[in-house]
Design a protein around this ligand. Structure first.
Ligand code: PFF
Length: 474
């Protein structure tokens, strides 16, 4: 299990194992919680179509670039970039962006685990409710029966007010993530993905069909796919671009790390396309799962981050079999979240193994414990440390609590910066022959890919970065 310099490098057992693990990394809270939230807040159609454009023009080329770096570099993120740079005859200082990515992944997993902890709590709430429904001999009743809307809405507030409860959920989730990462690539990560991802798809399709049967699917489709281009403001475009990067796990070197475990000879272009299509498909299905239910019970699609946690429980209350579906729904989010958090923790862990020579166990423990500690500050930011504004001196973070600051700092600054450096490195500096032979792209596809990386990605990502840092420019 322990990868030392002398033992052979760990790897996926097959191409499909890599695809499943990479889809597991990409599909997460970003698809099931962040995408519907943003689509709802930003008016639906125009946001969704612009987002799809971003995924394929920007995300897909970057995804292929990161897979390439891992496959050709055969090391952790930093080591892989260093190796590709050395083989291309350019400065190995480019590897710094791998370190930046590993740091971003470490910071992201700290708050990701806190949010996943909320999901875990809701699994518990709906699980207890389902149990009661079963004991009452009525498994197909609505959820949380007999409770007033105030009580249901207040649930989130109660959770946030309780450091002990938040801490317990965060500890459980981070513990499970750490346990899997410590077990290694084919033993831990791959096993988790090959079991969990098929279960995930069955649940996703099942709940979407349920939503279509009992909900208002026509209104949801119209909302998600009819563009009102006047709504496409620079802020909305910025949000869509950022969401595309986050959802495909780009800019944090996660895909570089996973790509380094791919076997030689794997066709990288079609692999990247499969991942991008699956990730986007899940985001759209999540929209088609959530909005019919939201519209059927007359809820506001623009409810914001609470859409999933606060509004949907109302919907499940009013729907047949709501307690069962509510329970399955939160399990679905939990499964998606854990396969993503595993990939996040894997990035610094692989760095510790590859660069510091630590054993996998030691490295996973150091970074898992460190991220847990930062997460504790994030969750205390909702109660004990509610007044703390870590970057309060900076106007864009003046009002943001601890969790949102870590989220904003990584999402608005570190992630676009990582993506920008990756596109410049591959678009301009990496050796052309190495790129051609490793990716196996046809000549035409290769030209398009390199053009997108050299020109389109840097420009677009610079716009996200600059508008994110200086919103007054918009
Ligand atoms: N793509 C994940 C999501 O959509 O939830 C988040 C993520 C996972 C970002 C892994 C970055 C990463 F390396």
């Amino acid at each position: 299990m322990v990868a030392t310099a002398a033992s052979p490098r760990e790897g996926w057992s097959s191409r499909s194992a890599f695809i499943l693990a990479a889809i597991g990394a990409a599909v997460g809270l970003g698809n099931l919680w962040r995408f519907p939230t943003l689509a709802g807040e930003n008016g639906g159609g125009a946001f969704v179509l612009f987002y799809i454009g971003c995924v394929f023009l920007l995300g897909l080329p970057l995804l292929l670039a990161e897979i390439f770096i891992g496959r050709a570099g055969q090391s952790d993120a930093v080591g892989s970039i260093r190796n590709v740079a050395a083989q291309s005859g350019v400065s190995t200082r480019w590897s710094l962006f791998g370190g930046l990515g590993a740091l971003a992944a470490f910071l992201i997993v700290s708050f990701y685990s806190v949010v996943a902890g909320w999901v875990l709590y809701y699994v518990g709430v709906f699980g207890m409710d389902l149990l009661q429904a079963l004991l009452a001999g009525d498994p197909f009743r609505g959820a949380l029966q007999g409770q007033s809307q105030e009580v249901i809405a207040g649930r989130m507030g109660n959770l946030f007010a309780s450091p002990g409860l938040l801490l317990t959920m965060h500890l459980l989730f981070m513990g499970a993530t750490l346990f899997t990462v410590a077990r290694g690539v084919s033993g831990g990560i791959e096993k988790a993905a090959t079991w969990l991802m098929p279960a995930f798809f069955v649940l996703l399709v099942g709940i979407t069909i349920y939503g279509a049967v009992v909900g208002d699917v026509g209104e949801a489709v119209a909302f998600l796919f009819t563009p009102d281009w006047s709504k496409l403001t620079p802020e909305v475009m910025n949000a869509a671009l950022g969401q595309a990067l986050f959802s495909l796990s780009l800019g944090v070197a996660g895909i570089i790390t996973y790509g380094s475990y791919i076997q030689e000879g794997t066709k990288l272009g079609s692999t990247a396309a499969a991942i991008a299509i699956a990730d986007t498909g899940v985001a759209l299905l999540a929209g088609l799962m959530i909005f019919p239910i939201v519209f059927a019970v007359g809820l506001d699609p623009a409810a914001g981050p609470t859409l999933v946690f606060q509004t949907l429980p109302f919907a499940f209350e009013a729907m047949p079999a709501g307690s069962l579906i509510g329970f399955l729904f939160f399990i679905l989010i939990l499964v998606a979240a854990i396969t993503s958090s595993i990939s996040l923790l894997e990035v610094p862990t692989a760095w510790g193994v590859g660069e510091m020579g630590w054993s996998r166990h030691k490295s996973a423990l150091i970074f898992g414990a460190g991220a847990f500690a930062i997460g504790v500050f994030c969750l205390l930011g909702y109660n004990v440390l509610a007044d703390v504004r870590p970057l309060g001196f900076w106007s864009i973070f003046a009002e943001t609590d601890i969790l949102d600051t870590v989220d904003g700092f990584t999402g608005k600054i570190m992630l676009p910066l990582g993506a920008l450096l990756a596109s410049l490195f591959i678009g301009w500096r990496a050796d052309r022959r190495l790129l051609e032979t490793t990716t196996g792209l046809s000549n035409g596809m290769f030209m398009v890919w390199r053009f997108l990386l050299a020109w389109v990605c840097p420009l677009a990502v610079t716009i996200i970065l600059v508008t994110g840092l200086f919103p007054s420019l918009l």
